[in-house]
Design a protein around this ligand. Structure first.
Ligand code: G3I
Length: 350
């Protein structure tokens, strides 16, 4: 027969400790499945847990390829038109603006609630022939007109613009890249930012470049000094894009996190804008993991874009630098990226 005896004080303490331990164990067990459930199964959802986006460069003509859009629609929540917003695409003849190709991508994104990164308003490359042959104040005015018209057209639709792209030289000089735009005067970059700000005050305005990942490189330091100067003088700049095309000649640097955090400390957002990492298997996967973890470690690193969807969509397809095989299969680099995103500290919901 069951007989209840009054517990002694000692037994009471033991019971209460046991009770707390049991309660903690029960709580832990009840939380564990919900943590496991919180592990998101797509890149966009996993990035969103910490308030970040995960994007892809999109080629407009591929939106008709269902294998491509199946992956795009499932995994990503931000797009950057790969070529469709460049100067040759949007102003093929002077003052004749064509937005159809870019609009197709923008509409695809906005109808799904995604973000759009605009790429790019002022660049020495992919200029239409009429602009290539211009110089001096006529070119300066044409460039500012282009920035104004395109940024105004997409006002309210583009979250962040690469206002100026690739304006610094490679190598040890730390100098500006020579170009027809640079020859209009050293202030062409800030003039472009002021025009973009006037045309779309709500968009984040970014400077975007490559080979600016290694903190010790002269090009990185030169861009850093420009951004610091802009912030000090009130030139409207909100963000810096790190293209981050990594391969054997331009490897992922161990000080990448220092680079991101140093720029962020200037008071700008940092974004990884064109990520691709040549290679395969676990080596490639580990580099993707490191890059994502570096971004997650910097509060103002608010998003990552891969430069394409599948390996065969890449401008460097031979280097198999992306997260999906051509047949759509997820690569080890995909799994590493997803795991890293899922390990981020969640942004508290109010
Ligand atoms: O669409 C035409 C096609 O009709 C024609 O038959 C074919 C012949 O060459 O060219 C096609 O256009 C090509 C276009 O990509 C679309 O595939 C251009 O020649 C080619 O120059 C263009 O390359 C783009 C490159 O920028 C141009 O600078 C790449 O797709 C694009 O991925 C690349 O993106 C750049 C970023 O904007 C800036 N950072 C570096 C990054 C990689 O180079």
């Amino acid at each position: 027969m069951f007989s209840w005896t009054r517990p002694t004080r000692r037994r009471l303490r033991t019971l209460s400790v046991t009770g707390v331990a049991t309660a903690v164990a029960a709580l832990t067990l009840s939380l564990l499945p919900s943590f496991a459930q919180a592990a998101e199964t797509t890149l966009g959802a996993a990035a969103a847990q910490s308030g970040r986006y995960f994007g892809a460069a999109v080629a407009g003509q591929k939106l008709g390829d269902s294998a491509y859009t199946t992956i795009l629609n499932r995994e990503f929540n931000s797009v950057t038109p790969e070529n469709e917003m460049k100067i040759d695409a949007t102003e093929p003849q002077q003052n004749n603006f064509t937005f159809g190709s870019a609009d197709r991508i923008v509409n695809h994104a906005l109808s799904r609630g995604w973000q759009v990164r605009g790429h790019t308003l002022a660049w020495h490359s992919q200029q239409p022939p009429w602009m290539q042959s211009m110089s001096g104040s006529a070119l300066r005015q044409a460039m500012l007109n282009h920035v104004t018209r395109v940024a105004a057209y997409y006002r309210g639709k583009v979250v962040a613009w690469d206002v100026v792209n690739e304006a610094f030289a490679d190598g040890p000089s730390g100098a500006r890249r020579d170009s027809n735009l640079q020859r209009t005067g050293n202030d062409w970059i800030e003039a472009a930012f002021r025009a973009a700000d006037a045309a779309d005050p709500g968009a984040k305005l970014c400077y975007n470049d490559y080979n600016t990942d290694d903190w010790t490189h002269a090009k990185t330091q030169a861009v850093y000094n420009m951004v610091r100067d802009f912030k000090q003088r009130g030139v409207p700049i909100d963000c810096v894009g790190f293209q981050s095309h990594f391969n054997a000649n331009s490897p992922y640097p161990s000080n990448y996190r220092t680079t991101l955090s140093s720029f962020a400390a200037l008071g700008v957002d940092v974004q990884i804008t064109e990520l691709d990492i040549e290679g395969s298997g676990s080596t490639q996967a580990n580099t993707y993991r490191n890059v994502i973890n570096d971004c997650l470690a910097v509060a103002r690193c608010n998003g990552v874009t891969t430069w394409g969807v599948r390996d065969c969509d890449s401008w460097r397809s031979g280097g198999t630098p992306l997260l999906f095989e051509c047949n759509g299969n997820k690569k080890p680099a995909y799994t590493a990226t997803l795991e890293a995103l899922n390990s981020a500290t969640p942004t508290p919901t109010p």
